[in-house]
Design a protein around this ligand. Structure first.
Ligand SMILES: CC(C)(COP(=O)(O)OP(=O)(O)OC[C@H]1O[C@@H](n2cnc3c(N)ncnc32)[C@H](O)[C@@H]1OP(=O)(O)O)[C@@H](O)C(=O)NCCC(=O)NCCS
Length: 199
């Protein structure tokens, strides 16, 4: 059965958190890496379902929601809204792990205290951003393209001139997918790549 694409809503939280965890190790299952199964979702999925300026779409098949694309058309405004309404409660729950986070869990907790912000030159060209993840049963079925087309159309309608995203260097499959869909490299560091494309 082909997946149905629909707008994401707050009730998709548990499914999106589960997908986030099960694809959170450069596209592979990260559930063995985190004691707290909500941690990755709290950083990479939850804000888009709860904070003003976030939006997204999910792909649903007969067994339920199995993929999402989540993002924001105005990254700077969304970062400010998260700073005001999302991070404070999480900071109270998860202590700052200190200046040298060692485990994956500590690195994500560190991001709660020091959220990554997109570089000014990237945001100037590509003010929207997104995250896309599909469970293995939907990968390679066209659902990735369908989700991406829906959110790009939405960003265009919201007036964003471009969109960026981050991906781990080690995630060769996702890098191939993004390049195939017209994204080009905007910035890179030791661990990650930033891609973008005009809308
Ligand atoms: C990355 C991901 C979203 C891609 O979705 P997908 O299911 O492979 O994509 P689709 O089947 O919709 O493919 C869309 C198009 O991209 C192409 N494509 C997919 N992967 C490709 C690759 N590695 N290299 C070149 N082309 C690729 C397909 O051939 C298809 O082309 P077409 O539509 O022109 O025929 C999905 O595999 C996924 O969620 N992986 C796990 C989580 C993850 O890594 N997320 C990204 C984190 S940054």
């Amino acid at each position: 059965m082909a997946a149905r694409i629909r707008e994401a809503r707050p009730g998709d939280r548990d499914a999106c958190y589960d997908i986030c965890l099960r694809t959170g190790d450069s596209g592979a299952d990260a559930s063995g890496l985190y004691e707290d199964p909500s941690l990755l979702g709290d950083v990479y999925a939850g804000p888009y379902l709860a904070v003003s300026g976030g939006l997204g779409y999910v792909a649903e098949d007969g067994a339920g929601v199995a993929g999402y694309v989540l993002g924001a058309p105005d990254t700077r405004a969304f970062e400010a809204a998260c700073e005001a309404t999302w991070w404070p409660a999480l900071r109270a729950r998860h202590p700052d792990p200190g200046p040298v986070p060692r485990t994956p869990e500590e690195r994500v907790r560190w991001l709660i205290h020091y959220p990554s912000t997109a570089a000014d030159d990237v945001v100037a060209r590509c003010p929207a951003h997104l995250h896309i993840d599909l469970l293995p049963r939907l990968q390679g079925t066209g659902a990735g393209r369908a989700l991406m087309e829906r959110i790009l159309e939405r960003f265009r309608a919201e007036g964003a001139p471009g969109v960026h995203l981050g991906v781990a260097r080690s995630n060769a499959h996702a890098v191939g997918f993004y390049r195939h869909l017209g994204f080009t490299l905007l910035a890179e560091d030791e661990h990650s790549l930033t891609f973008g494309r005009g809308l």
